[in-house]
Design a protein around this ligand. Structure first.
Ligand SMILES: [Zn+2]
Length: 200
């Protein structure tokens, strides 16, 4: 019989943000539920997050007709989870004339792009792609995640992972691409945003 050590906040705490969202939505696997149920009592930020997600979920549910939840509900909860995490970095995206058209949220190596004014794309013929631009001349941009913008301006998809530290990234860019694949290099850049130096 072994005694377990008291739970500690692990290095990869951002995983618990996802678990908190799943806990609220009651979509965790049994294993994750056990992990989170042990973590929750000892982690005030996660307790606060669960309360906030529950309130957000109630508010979202109140706006939705009494049918199946929209496919983006889980996505929206994850975005709320990232926004409320204390160490999330938000990078503003502007179009070619300087209007804000979205944000990139970065939490650890997780990222989420949110359109806030990008036009609807015909998802069968095109896709938006989020890119990271590394520091240094000649370093090629890296495709991070595809996403679509629906008729209501909401983002579909757009969750990805950084393959480099945020400190090594000078800017994010959004391109619109023909077809559904992420190309080697961006065709038409429609928005970009510099990573602020205080985020480094
Ligand atoms: Zn926690």
């Amino acid at each position: 019989m072994t005694t377990s050590n008291p739970p500690v906040v692990p290095d990869d705490h951002e995983l618990f943000v996802e678990l908190a969202a799943g806990w609220t939505l009651d979509t965790l696997t049994n294993a994750d539920e056990v992990i989170f149920s042990e973590h929750l009592p000892v982690c005030p930020p996660c307790r606060r997050a669960v309360v906030e997600f529950s309130e957000a979920l109630t508010a979202v549910a109140a706006q939705v007709p009494d049918v199946a939840p929209p496919p983006t509900l889980g996505e929206r909860i994850r975005v709320i989870a990232m926004e409320s995490a204390p160490d999330t970095t938000s990078v503003r995206l502007t179009d070619t004339v300087g209007n804000t058209v979205g944000r990139v949220l970065v939490h650890g190596n997780q990222l989420h792009v949110m359109a806030e004014g990008l036009p609807h794309n015909k998802a069968r013929k095109s896709t938006y792609v989020l890119w990271s631009l590394p520091h240094g001349e000649g370093a090629p941009p890296r495709a991070l995640t595809p996403f679509d913008v629906d008729r209501d301006g909401a983002t579909l998809g757009g969750a990805g992972r950084l393959e480099a530290e945020l400190v090594n990234i000078s800017a994010f860019a959004v391109s619109i691409e023909r077809g559904r694949a992420m190309p080697e290099s961006p065709a038409k850049v429609v928005a970009s945003g510099a990573v602020a130096s205080e985020a480094r």
